[in-house]
Design a protein. Structure first.
Length: 250
């Protein structure tokens, strides 16, 4: 479904991704872990098409389409969903309006207002959100947890084929982490894949990944099942650096 091959990318002339290769199949949940500065957020930014990041080598395809040639909205139309650590505030645009516009821009046919209303109510109930939340302006004055909840609400409403979730859980309480997990677990199924980038292991207690990858210095240096996350928890990233760091054989 998603195929990343030998991806090299730089920001302001500095190479951050240095030959990253990853394949995500249909229905699979992948976690990417790695020490600070290893390039996890850079990967998410490159996948969403952030203009500041320049891909210098390699390829990214989604269901056979060359993603790197596409604008962010075209990527979304294909069924990719990219959630971000720092969603922007959009005063004057309510959550409900934003979601309606987002859904209509990725679907072939416009969703009738009543159907949209019901869809939103259903998903908000699922996330234990107060209905009045839909009338608030997007991200304006939202707490960290509310931003997260709103991001996952988008995921549930848009129903993408693949979600890339860049989860820095710093500053988020345990409830917010569970919200993300609940959203991903809700979506889980043969038609939904996810790449969950985690800056801390905690979230993997709630989302059980099929595969875990460890990133170091712009590459994936080792992959395994969920037991790899447990191994990292006990051995720490120094172990990864010693085993797979520069100058060692991988
Ligand atoms: N806009 C930028 N300008 C300069 N350097 C950047 C920029 N964005 C990222 N970097 C550098 O790229 C490297 C990788 O950063 P990135 O945020 O991708 O790492 P990360 O694995 O997500 O880290 P963390 O776990 O600390 O969030 C870091 O050394 C960072 O300073």
């Amino acid at each position: 479904m998603l195929k990343i091959e030998n991806l090299h990318a730089e920001v302001e002339g500095k190479e951050i991704l240095k030959g990253l290769t990853l394949e995500v199949g249909r229905g699979e949940i992948h976690a990417i872990m790695g020490p600070n500065g290893s390039g996890k957020s850079t990967l998410a930014n490159v996948l969403m098409g952030h203009p500041r990041y320049e891909v210098t080598e390699g390829s990214v395809t989604f269901e056979g389409e060359d993603v790197l040639e596409l604008e962010p909205d075209e990527r979304a139309k294909l069924g990719m969903f990219l959630a971000f650590q720092y969603p922007s505030e959009v005063p004057g645009v309510s959550v409900a309006n934003f979601l309606r516009t987002a859904v209509n821009s990725v679907r072939e046919q416009e969703v009738p207002p009543m159907e949209m209303y019901k869809l939103l109510q259903e998903k908000m109930r699922l996330m234990d959100m107060d209905p009045s939340f839909a009338e608030r302006y997007l991200n304006e004055g939202f707490s960290g947890g509310e931003k997260k909840r709103n991001e996952i609400l988008q995921l549930l409403v848009l129903q993408p084929k693949l979600a890339i979730l860049d989860e820095t859980d710093s500053g988020l309480d345990i409830d917010a982490l569970q919200v993300v997990a609940r959203g991903v677990n809700q979506m889980r199924g043969p038609e939904f894949s996810a790449v969950v980038i985690t800056h801390y292991q905690r979230i993997l207690r709630y989302i059980e990944p099929d595969f875990v990858h460890v990133m170091l210095d712009g590459r994936i240096v080792t992959s395994g099942g969920k037991e790899l996350a447990e191994e990292l928890e006990s051995k720490g990233y120094d172990w990864v650096r010693q085993e797979f760091g520069a100058g060692t054989q991988s």
